[in-house]
Unconditional design. Structure first.
Length: 353
């Protein structure tokens, strides 16, 4: 089976052993080293390590003063963790539909949702490509709003040469993210020294020394890891071009995709529906995943939630269609050229190409 994701952390062994021998598993120097390395990768002055990606979002929002009576505008196509973090502050949530080409919030839809109670615009950089920060950042500034980036899947992605997480307050997950992963942990990035101090005071738990030790070598090799993902993505896009009913993902002008996921769309005229194709590929030895099969507010725990104004799936036609069509294929650095060729061949054969 060709796995949809794989992480190689073997080069962290010596640093992990060093931590174990030190006897210091928390609040030690390795986390500080990790924070410095992550800030360099994100192009920000500060990076504050916390216990999870959800904690990164929640701590960032609390540090910005978000609370009951405030509103956050975000994407309906995201993980439950995004919504949980906002709701934990007591704020209400409004959603804006996405654009099909980048899977992120449509700036025009965001603008239409702004009210006097809006405090934060929270774009989600999905699958490894940023949202349209060229429009969202000026929109936030125009209305005096905070810009908080859910960059859980966007380590290494850029917009106009600037890294994800450097436009506002960046929030990263190191478990959901597979580009740099420590198993557990999250990071908040910012250029604001005062905000960084508040983040350090507010964080309930920080990353452990062991998790930081796993992450540091990956940050040291970030350019190499991203290059491998981009090479595999190019090979997939070339090989899958013209496959009946399948749309390959695009790297939009001015943006550099990190390819956290290689997410294709299986349209209504394909020989197999999305779930049928996933099952067929599993039989053929190719693992796939669906991110995300539901709009975030459509999970049981969020239905009729008092902090979520009444919404319908039909209010977000683009995002709803993506939940029905999206399928992620293997793109990770451990793939050989032959592996990628196999993925291409099996997908094309399954769809009658």
């Amino acid at each position: 089976m060709i796995p949809v994701t794989a992480v190689d952390a073997r080069d962290a062994e010596s640093l992990v052993v060093e931590v174990l021998r030190s006897g210091t598993l928390t609040r030690g120097p390795v986390v500080a080293r990790f924070e410095d390395a992550f800030a360099r990768a994100a192009g920000t002055a500060h990076a504050v390590a916390v216990s999870s990606g959800t904690a990164a979002l929640r701590t960032a929002l609390e540090a910005l003063g978000l609370g009951p009576g405030g509103e956050v505008i975000t994407s309906p196509l995201t993980a439950a963790a995004t919504l949980r973090a906002v709701l934990a502050t007591g704020a209400t949530v409004r959603f804006a539909d996405i654009t099909r080409d980048d899977f992120a919030v449509d700036p025009d839809a965001v603008a239409a949702e702004i009210t006097p109670e809006t405090r934060v615009i929270l774009p989600v950089h999905l699958y490894g490509q940023t949202a349209d920060m060229g429009k969202l950042a000026p929109l936030a500034e125009e209305h005096g709003l905070h810009l908080v980036e859910d960059a859980a899947q966007a380590v290494g992605a850029t917009f106009a040469g600037r890294a994800a997480g450097s436009f506002g307050v960046g929030c990263f997950s190191l478990s959901a993210n597979k580009i740099v992963t420590t198993g557990e942990g999250g990071v908040v990035t910012t250029d604001d020294a005062g905000l960084a101090d508040r983040l350090r005071l507010l964080r309930d738990h920080r990353m452990s020394e062991l998790h930081a030790a796993v992450g540091i070598p990956q940050l040291d090799r970030l350019d190499e890891l991203l290059a491998a993902r981009r090479r595999n993505a190019r090979q997939l896009s070339v090989g899958l071009a013209g496959t009946p009913g399948l749309t390959v993902p695009a790297e939009l002008p001015g943006r550099e995709h990190a390819w956290h996921r290689y997410s294709v769309l299986i349209g209504p005229h394909a020989m197999l529906a999305r779930d049928e194709l996933a099952a067929e590929l599993a039989q053929r030895g190719v693992e796939t995943e669906v991110h995300h099969p539901k709009l975030v507010f459509d999970h049981d725990r969020f239905r009729e939630h008092p902090q979520i104004p009444a919404v319908s799936r039909q209010d977000f036609p683009v995002a709803l269609k993506v939940t029905e069509e999206v399928l992620s294929l293997p793109v990770h650095p451990a793939l050989s050229e032959a592996d990628v060729d196999t993925v291409v061949r099996e997908v094309r054969e399954a769809l009658g190409a």
